[in-house]
Design a protein around this ligand. Structure first.
Ligand code: E4P
Length: 217
């Protein structure tokens, strides 16, 4: 499973790239709004750092506007994936942009039916929002499982990108279900590394080693 960083902060992405576990980045208007400077420059810098798919979302709300904005975003860098919100306008824009060879991530997906329609118009990625589904007391990972099942039935090439991830359990469940990508906030990536028994074990190994060295000295 690919791991994307869910962040629009170039320094954060640049710090994670050397770990070699990051395959791409997702941004959204809320994340980009937190960053200073020109958003296109920010996206270009993230693309240079990660050299994998970087989702950049349109803010137009009509199909023509999304198509024009999508073309401008795609021109920033070959790694840009244009993100469009699910809906009739987003589906139309996805069909046109995908037809031009521009990869599209259909976002704000909350039902298997929406994911089916996104795949039919050639989306490169579909983004079910598991955390936000769970915020309304519904099973977010069941949504992912249903989308994976539907895509397998018809061999759609659209990749299932699990978004709105809140913790390591979402990442593990996404991998068990065979999701293609999980996009993780930086703090969740940190959590994936952490286990108290690893820390306790390492401290004991080093203490035992130091004790033996002291006896030999
Ligand atoms: C990524 O593509 C999404 O925009 C992001 O994961 C949404 O996360 P949130 O629900 O925590 O805002």
């Amino acid at each position: 499973m690919k791991i994307f960083v869910d962040s629009a902060n170039p320094e954060t992405v640049e710090a994670l790239v050397p770990l070699r576990i990051v395959d791409g980045v997702t941004t959204n208007p809320s994340l980009l709004a937190r960053e200073s400077g020109d958003p296109h420059e920010t996206l270009a810098r993230i693309c240079r750092a990660v050299r994998g798919p970087v989702s950049a979302e349109v803010v137009a709300t009509d199909a023509d506007g999304m198509i024009g904005e999508g073309r401008r975003l795609a021109a920033i860098d070959e790694h840009i994936v244009v993100k469009v919100p699910f809906g009739k306008a987003g589906v139309q824009a996805c069909a046109v942009l995908s037809g031009e060879g521009i990869r599209v991530n259909v976002t704000l997906v909350f039902s298997p039916a929406q994911a089916l329609l996104a795949a039919k118009v050639g989306a490169a990625f579909v983004s079910p929002f598991v955390g936000r589904v769970e915020d309304i007391a519904t099973d977010g990972m069941d949504l992912v499982s249903r989308i994976v099942e539907i895509y397998e039935n018809y061999e759609f090439e659209t990749e299932v990108l699990v978004a709105s991830v809140r913790g390591p359990a979402h990442v593990v469940e996404a991998a068990r279900m065979g999701a293609d990508v999980c996009t993780c906030p930086p703090k969740v990536i940190d959590m994936l590394f952490n286990h108290p028994l690893t820390d306790i074990g390492l401290a004991k190994f080093l203490a035992d080693w130091d004790k033996a060295q002291a006896v030999r000295a």
